[in-house]
Design a protein around this ligand. Sequence first.
Ligand code: MRU
Length: 368
Amino acid sequence: MRVADTPHRTIWPSPTEPAVVKIIDQRHLPHRFVIEELRTVTEVCTAIREMHVRGAGLIGATAGFGMHLAALSAPEHDFAGFLRKAAEDLIRTRPTASNLAWAVNRQLDAIGQETTLAAKRARAFAVACEIADEDAEFCRRLGEHGKEIIAEISRKKKGGVVHILTHCNAGWLAFVDYGSATAPIYAAHREGIKVHVWVDETRPWLQGAKLTAWELKEEGIPHTLIADNTGGHLMQHGMVDLVIVGTDRTTRRGDVANKIGTYLKALAAHDNGIPFYVALPSSTFDWTIRDGLTEIAIEERSGEEITHIRGLSETAEMTTIAIAPPDTPTLNYGFDVTPARLITGLISERGIMAANEEDILRLYPEQR
Ligand code: MRU
């Protein structure tokens, strides 16, 4: 199926210009809705590295289209070499989300099966669209499975409001559509189940304040923005029924890498007996590893993300201001690992599973 030319998705190919891929440049949200056109694999690498696009699923889909643009411009005499270099450049942009290498390798495998230049280029475009369509469909399906968890809590509360805490942005902006952590919430809301979302602001990049709060407002879902350190207090006072987060890489035994600070929420949820679920399309599983703590590369980002803050000035210009003394030493890890023992369950397009290898493989027997 071809991806439609629609701004209702986070990435789509131009229907009129084959060498143009369009994205929403998320650095401007929630204040401006800016569409950016990408024409080369170098531009795609920049868009991923500088977080014009971000979130595991969308990074994967963008890399898939990056390989399409690379195939279009690769010279016939060195097609394979050009593509290999493009693949390496794309994979180097961000280390933690598994969808990135997964999408690039899927492209390399598919393109490698074709023999003519025209067929290779056609295949690269088809696979980029396939990856994007599949991402949206898997998120839609996992939303249906996850909705049952919310519905069950709603029944126990006799139709009272279900309070859900989420961290970072695992919404439709982090994927091609629907989102992972938010998909069950959207599905429940559409069915008339009363939900309210506690949105962690998610320092330092503020994906919660900037993106999740914007998405939920657009969808008309009741929500409240909280400082990152508030969640534990809310849990201790019975104000959280459920935590749902996304993930950037999940091991075959269910350890989960997600935005920095997720581990602390999982600890607090565990201490307070609150169910803690992780939602993911299967492209986020890394089937080659078991131990998240030692085997997942954790991205380190610029300290400027901590010492400075970006937002709208009084004159409505996007502005960056310093909030720490000049030259303050910083350490800015982008992700942390939540061990499987703190996770109540994983929600994927195939259903709900416990965070252990046996139960994960029950739904993914082909990975045995
Ligand atoms: O650094 P980001 O914004 O690319 O991080 C990804 C995320 O948004 C989160 O970690 C998210 O919870 C999981 S990705 C769907």
